[in-house]
Each structure stands twice: as structure tokens, then as C-alpha cells.
Design a protein around this ligand. Structure first.
Ligand code: FDA
Length: 581
């Protein structure tokens, strides 16, 4: 008898993409199995910066507080330092992740959540625990081998590494969240642009209490410019906080054209001492590994019943901190669509919108992250260290202190070079400004209008395809973020007092299509009111108009005013969005 286990969705991988997919699907009541190759989740800290959109996802899924409990808080993440070593001289600082007072306002106005720092070793267990509590069947030490898809489903062969037993899982859909070396993506033969392994890098994790050197300038990132730091890697040497202030991760580059370095405790200790500028330090080394910097993205993220999510689709350096964030958001985009198709109220063609919406995001973030890593070149140029090494490099860095014309020119160049780093560390537009064009959005020909640089600033808008703007609503007792009124398990129609008639239209559409759709009327004396009158300025439609918000908080459709036949207008929109027109 053949061993076949059945489920609705099989997820390969328990990283940020896979574990988030499992959590989203289980939250929506979709049966799923998550298989992952190793006995547990990530064994090194890896990704850590967790941006506002990801925190919103966690808020929506009811795990925001759990993440905050394990995260280094926003107040401690932002005093990013550039130096010759941690104990050495400072070249400059930049306030990052929206912690500079003028940017903090932009960040706070755009979201109920702020950026925090949580290493993957802490985040993944939270995702996995909540997913399994809500229904996910998690199979560790289980390797994905291959799949075959047909008109009704996907048959996947997996290998139980404990028993040495191979078996098959039959699922309606397969999600390959199996990381940058994705076997699922390879088997699907999806189209990719770019290159892998463009630079060599190493991670060294260690414990050492260096509070005295850092707690007056609290940050996640301490960038080190010293001989060797302009070779390979992610721009320059990095000492990254894992836990304040006694657990750290160093990223240091090597020349990818040379034989890979033979990392051992002695070499790792040497690198730690150099970057910290503490020649006698005895660090407790936890581990080290070599990894390649990639610049590659998929231009299509699905084929039939198989999808890829996370690094399987976008492979890039950690610059801008977009790795696990984008991975979580891929899965959040995909899961509600699968749930809608399985529940029967959406046509399977809705699933095509996943690739249409997320592959442009993949391209944008891979491009941005690699550009940011390269822009350290501006800093090297400003310091005049390009092509230099050893003592020559040290002397060139020293020259910035000189009371000479050359010293003055260097100081002026540094001001500009430091400014460029905002594109890595305060790129609010890249972090939040994803805009979707697909069959799951009914465009009215508009796009959010940027008032400033699109990478640095996020323009809030209710244009179909944009993310629901943030506003605080409530009453004299409670205050809610608008997103809290539009939970993940349903669609939400937002309107004002003059648009109350939409509620009846929404009920009619719910009966017609069977989709979960609620109406929220915002106004005095209603369920919630526009506490600060912000929503009135953001909603971009008349009070009688309506904004249809998808489960993932993207605007699917909007009506400027209440039409004569609101049920007809809404029904036509919903039919088109669900592929049932
Ligand atoms: P991820 O790689 O996290 O997970 C893949 C999952 O698939 C794992 O659970 C794995 O076990 C599983 N898997 C793979 N093949 C399988 C198979 N055949 N069968 C079953 N399971 C399989 N980013 C950042 O922002 N800052 C950083 O400092 C770093 N540092 C860093 C260091 C190192 C060493 C790596 C490898 C990566 C980083 N990253 C990073 C990148 C960041 O970790 C990455 O963007 C996210 O983990 C992507 O999440 P995914 O879930 O897509 O893949």
C-alpha cells in the first residue's frame, strides 16, 4: 500500500516565509503541513530588522506582543555608528529605522507599529509555535525531494531523515519557502534575473559584554571601516547586536575569487579583536559560517498550483533589512488568496495575482539592497581609501582630521556620503510603499503621488493597489488602528456616515458571492469615529464613497461617492476581483 498523507497546502521550509505561511493559513482555518529539513528552526540569528509592515502582519495575526516581548525595542535600534573599530574612532553616526526626530513622525503617522529588532532565532519559534497551536502539522527533519502536479493537486515526495523513510504528501497547493537555494524553484524552472555569489562573506557569532562601548550609542549596527573592510561582504565590516549588549554577530567579507578562507577559532578571534579594537578580548565564540552575497530575483513566482515565497524568490544582501520582512509579507499576500479559493468564493485565477503583485516587489528590494551595499563605495571614496589597504588605508582615514585643504575636502565629502546611507537605513518608501497592479485590484488609473523621494518617503493613499493608510479611530474609551477594524479573515468596506447605505449593499454582495465582507462606518455616533480627523484627509473619496479593503489591507477598489445602485457597483467590483465576472 502506498503511503500518502493528504492536506490542503504543503509548505516546504520553516523560515520567515514558510512559518508565516503556516501561521496565516492556520489562522484562516486552512489545513496545512509544514516540512523542514532540520530538527528545529534557524540555528543562527540571520535576519533581524523587523519593519512596520511585518509588525502589522504580526499585529493582525495576534502575535505582536509576543514578538515585542522577545525583540530589542525601537528606542535601542537607531544610533547606527561608522567607526574604525568599536573601541576606536568614530567616523560618524546616522539615526536609523525612523529614529531621527524628523523621520520618526513619518514612521509614526504611517503605521501603528514601529521597527524593532528580533533575530530569526527568536522570531521563527514564535511563528512556528503559533502556527502549530492553530492547526499546522509541523514535520521537522523532513526533506523535500520532488513534486509532480496535475489538474487537481500536487504530489510531493519527502524524506524522513530520522527514519530514512520516503513518503508522499498529496496537497492541493505547494508553497516552496525553501530559501535562496530553493529546490522547488529550480524544479519549477521559474525565470530569474541576476546572479548568485557575487561576493564572499562570513558570519561570526560570539558573546562578549561590551556595554561600556555601546550603550551610550545604542544601535543594532556598528559599521567598521579598516584595512580589509572593502573586500567582498556587504559594503564594509559589520558588528551587529544580537542581544544588547553581550551577544554579537560579525559580518566580514572575503574575495570570492580566492579560495574560501579556512575559518577556525583562531581566525574568528582575530577578526573579532580587530573589529572591536580590543586586542586582548577573549570572546566566547558561538559559531561561524561562510555565505555568498546574491543579486537575483524571480520574475514569476508561481506555476499552476505551486508557489515560491521568501528567499526562494528574492536573494540579496541584508542591506536595508528587507530579507525576512519581504518573506513574511509574501506569505501574507498568498495565504488569504489560497483560503478564498479553497473556500470556493474566489476563482482559482485569483492565485495568479500573487506573482503579479509580489514579483515586482522582489525586483525592487533585491535592486535596492545591492545598491545600498555598493553605496558604501561613496564612503570609501569620501575617505579616499579606494584601492588602499594596510597602513596606507589607515593613513587616508586619519587624514580627515588634518587642518589642510585635503582634510577639509574629505570632511565635506563625508557629509554627503553619510547622507546617501539614508537610502539603506531610512528608506521608508521601500519599506512600506509596495503598490500592486493585478487582477485582484481594480485600478481607477491613479497611483499614490510621491511628494518626495520615493525610496525615502512613503506616500499614503487609498488608490486601488496601495496599502490602506494608517489612522487612529475609536471612541471616548477605545482607540484602534484602522487596520484593526479590517482583520485578515474578511474583506472590509470602509465608508462614512453619508455612505451608510453601503452596508446593505455589502450584505447583498455577501449573500451573492459567499465572501466574508463587513462594512465599517466611520463617523460620530457610529461604531468608530475619526478621532484626530486624519482619516477624513487620507481617505481621498467623499464621505459617501467607499473603500474596499482586502484581507491583507490593500485597497482593492474604491468608489468616490455613493452611486444610485451601490449593490450593483459593489457586486460588479467583487465579481471582477474574485475572477467571477
Ligand atoms: P530561509 O532560508 O530562512 O528558510 C528556508 C527554510 O527552508 C529553512 O527552514 C530550511 O530548513 C528549509 N529547507 C531548505 N531546503 C529544504 C528542503 N529541501 N526540504 C525541506 N526544507 C528545506 N538577512 C538579513 O536581513 N540580515 C542578516 O543579517 C542576514 N544574515 C544572514 C545570514 C545567513 C548565513 C543567511 C543564510 C541568511 C541571512 N539573511 C540575513 C537572509 C535572511 O535570513 C533571509 O532573507 C530569510 O531567512 C528568508 O526567509 P525564508 O523563509 O525565505 O528562507
Amino acid at each position: 500500500v502506498e503511503d500518502v498523507v493528504e492536506t490542503d497546502v504543503l509548505i516546504v521550509g520553516s523560515g520567515p516565509a514558510g512559518a508565516a505561511a503556516a501561521l496565516c493559513l492556520s489562522t484562516l482555518g486552512v489545513a496545512n503541513i509544514m516540512v523542514t529539513k532540520y530538527r528545529w528552526t534557524a540555528n543562527t540569528p540571520r535576519a533581524h530588522i523587523t519593519n512596520q509592515r511585518s509588525m502589522e502582519v504580526f499585529r493582525d495575526l495576534g502575535i505582536e506582543q509576543q514578538v515585542l516581548d522577545d525583540a530589542t525595542p525601537h528606542e535601542l535600534v537607531g544610533d547606527t555608528v561608522f567607526c574604525t573599530s568599536i573601541a576606536g574612532e568614530e567616523i560618524g553616526r546616522i539615526r536609523t529605522w525612523g529614529t531621527r526626530p524628523d523621520r520618526e513622525g513619518d514612521y509614526q503617522l504611517a503605521s501603528p507599529c514601529l521597527t524593532v529588532d528580533i533575530p530569526q532565532t527568536f522570531l521563527e519559534p514564535i511563528l512556528v509555535r503559533n502556527a502549530t497551536e492553530r492547526g499546522t502539522q509541523a514535520r521537522f527533519s523532513t526533506e523535500y525531494l520532488s513534486h509532480v502536479q496535475d489538474a487537481d493537486g500536487v504530489t510531493v515526495t519527502v524524506f524522513d531523515r530520522l527514519t530514512g523513510h520516503e513518503y508522499r504528501i498529496r496537497a492541493k497547493y505547494l508553497i516552496g519557502a525553501d530559501g535562496a537555494r530553493s529546490k522547488v524553484a529550480q524544479e519549477l524552472d521559474l525565470p530569474f534575473e541576476g546572479e548568485m555569489d557575487i561576493a564572499g562573506s562570513m558570519n561570526i557569532t560570539f558573546k562578549a559584554d561590551i556595554s561600556a562601548l555601546v550603550d551610550h550609542r545604542p544601535s543594532v549596527l556598528y559599521w567598521v571601516i579598516q584595512p580589509g573592510s572593502n573586500v567582498g561582504g556587504i559594503g564594509t565590516g559589520l558588528v551587529r547586536m544580537v542581544r544588547p549588549w553581550d551577544e554579537w554577530l560579525i559580518v566580514w567579507g572575503y574575495d570570492i575569487n580566492d579560495a574560501p578562507p579556512q575559518l577556525d577559532d583562531e581566525m574568528a578571534t582575530g577578526i573579532i579583536r580587530e573589529l572591536l579594537g580590543m586586542p586582548d578580548l577573549e570572546p566566547e565564540i558561538q559559531g561561524y559560517s561562510l555565505w555568498g552575497v546574491n543579486e537575483m530575483y524571480a520574475t514569476a513566482m508561481s506555476k499552476g498550483r505551486v508557489f515560491i515565497a521568501g528567499d526562494a524568490a528574492h536573494r540579496h544582501p541584508p542591506s536595508n533589512g528587507l530579507g525576512s520582512n519581504t518573506s513574511v509579507q509574501d506569505s501574507y499576500n498568498l495565504a488569504w488568496k489560497i483560503a478564498a479559493v479553497l473556500a470556493g468564493y474566489a476563482d482559482p485565477s485569483l492565485l495568479e495575482s500573487y506573482s503579479a503583485e509580489r514579483s515586482p516587489v522582489a525586483k525592487r528590494i533585491v535592486t535596492r539592497a545591492n545598491k545600498s551595499a555598493r553605496e558604501f563605495g561613496d564612503l570609501f571614496e569620501a575617505l579616499g581609501v579606494v584601492g588602499l589597504d594596510g597602513e596606507e588605508m589607515a593613513a587616508a582615514i586619519e587624514e580627515r582630521k588634518a587642518n589642510t585643504a585635503a582634510g577639509a575636502a574629505k570632511r565635506a565629502a563625508l557629509v554627503e556620503a553619510m547622507e546617501t546611507k539614508n537610502y539603506e537605513f531610512n528608506a521608508h518608501g521601500v519599506e512600506l510603499g509596495q503598490f500592486y497592479e493585478s487582477s485582484a485590484v481594480i485600478s481607477d488609473g491613479t497611483r499614490p503621488e510621491p511628494t518626495a523621494d520615493e525610496d525615502l518617503y512613503h506616500a499614503m493613499s487609498t488608490c486601488p493597489g496601495a496599502h490602506l493608510p494608517h489612522a487612529w479611530v475609536g471612541d471616548s474609551v477605545d482607540r484602534h488602528a484602522l487596520m484593526d477594524l479590517a482583520p485578515y479573515d474578511r474583506w472590509t468596506l470602509l465608508t462614512g456616515v453619508a455612505g451608510e447605505a453601503w452596508a446593505e449593499a455589502a450584505d447583498a454582495v455577501t449573500s451573492e458571492f459567499g465572501l466574508p465582507l463587513q462594512t465599517v462606518v466611520i463617523g460620530p455616533g457610529r461604531e468608530v469615529t475619526d478621532l484626530y480627523y486624519d482619516w477624513a484627509k487620507l481617505r481621498d473619496v467623499a464621505e459617501s464613497g467607499a473603500i474596499l479593503v482586502r484581507p491583507d489591507k490593500y485597497v482593492a477598489w474604491r468608489a468616490d461617492v455613493l452611486p444610485d445602485d451601490p449593490a450593483g457597483a459593489l457586486s460588479a467590483a467583487v465579481a471582477q476581483l474574485l475572477g467571477r465576472a
